[in-house]
Design a binder for this molecule. Structure first.
Ligand SMILES: [Fe+2]
Ligand SMILES: [Fe+2]
Length: 338
């Protein structure tokens, strides 16, 4: 007969394991350049405990890097209270990581995705802090060529995307979809893509002025709550104007991503001719991501039915752009996109 220890043992162990992992963030070993002084500690998880592998300020040698990879230790851990030091390291070194031929495309996509998510987290924590906005722009500039590198890079970005909605993952998903759609629609100049992508990444920043109780309400919003919600595009513009660090064109996705061709969108009820192409692109990316991710109050819709719903003329999306978006997702296996 099984004793209570036999039954509880694995449960206690798995709770313990989760406790051990709490307070640490997993990072990719390949994201670290050898022979670098890192100002954060590195830990390995031995299956039971978090063990200090390399303390900050000591150099990570190429021998120890290849030794880790030989032992299949592709993931290391950084203490959550050194998250900022690690993110700063990634932001400084992202170009080299993306150019490094020894780092596979899937790992690159994961690093770009995680890093963008953390960046948005910082911006949302303090949207008027100049450094956060400068970091966002620098990040967009150094990752844009990777995201546009071809179908493979786009597929890898789709593979690493989170299906569970948070405003951080949503912002990065909208950034990825908008960039791919803009490129497919013929916007080829890098400086234009940077302006669009910066606005796409920050499109919902105005939601930082909305209370958690409205943002995470499990039931439908009442009329006064919708009135507050409808103000987030304008609030986003106001917040970004305080630092005035992003280009004028980057304000367009922030102010127009809820406008619709029919004139039934918000905040200004603009019609077809008055909505800028950046607004039309981010509107499609935003609605698609919102409908295909899990929310507290409903499960994610499938790709096919979402695109079908969005194709109805009353939904008010730009038809040629929406067709382009469907073609973009067409070659993607349905199990990769949701
Ligand atoms: Fe929005
Ligand atoms: Fe959004």
């Amino acid at each position: 007969m099984l004793s209570i220890i036999d039954i509880m043992g694995p449960i206690v162990e798995s709770v313990q394991k989760r406790q051990d992992l709490l307070g640490y963030i997993p990072i990719y070993t390949r994201s670290l350049a050898a022979d670098n002084i890192l100002d954060f500690d590195l830990y390995v998880f031995d299956g039971r405990d978090m063990v200090l592998f390399r303390s900050s300020q000591s150099s990570l040698t190429s021998e120890s890097c290849s030794d880790l990879l030989k032992r299949n230790l592709n993931r290391l851990y950084v203490s959550a209270n050194q998250r900022h030091e690690y993110q700063q390291y990634i932001r400084t070194n992202i170009s080299q990581i993306l150019e490094d031929k020894s780092v596979d495309d899937f790992t690159k996509a994961s690093i770009v995705y995680d890093s963008a998510k953390e960046l948005v987290r910082d911006v949302f924590a303090d949207p008027t802090k100049c450094q956060h906005i400068k970091d966002s722009q620098a990040f967009v500039e150094s990752t844009i060529l990777y995201v546009l590198k071809g179908q493979n890079a786009f597929l890898n970005m789709l593979r690493v995307m989170s299906f569970d909605y948070t405003v951080f993952t949503h912002s990065v998903n909208v950034y990825t979809f908008s960039l791919a759609l803009a490129h497919a629609a013929g916007i080829a100049k890098t400086d234009e893509l940077i302006k669009l992508a910066t606005g796409a990444l920050l499109h919902d920043v105005g939601k930082t002025r909305i209370s958690e109780s409205i943002l995470h309400k499990s039931g439908p919003l009442d009329q006064s709550e919708w009135q507050i919600m409808h103000r987030h595009p304008q609030w986003g513009v106001e917040l970004m104007s305080e630092t005035d660090l992003i280009p004028q064109e980057s304000y367009i996705p922030i102010s127009q991503h809820h406008e619709r061709e029919s004139g039934r969108g918000y905040p200004d009820g603009l019609g077809h001719d008055d909505i800028h192409i950046y607004g039309k692109i981010v509107a499609i990316a935003d609605a698609f991501d919102a409908m295909t991710t899990n929310r507290v109050y409903r499960a994610a819709e499938g790709t096919f039915s979402t695109l079908k719903t969005m194709s109805a003329p009353e939904e008010g999306f730009d038809e040629p752009l929406l067709r382009q978006f469907i073609r973009l997702l067409g070659p993607v296996r349905p199990d990769i996109v949701r």
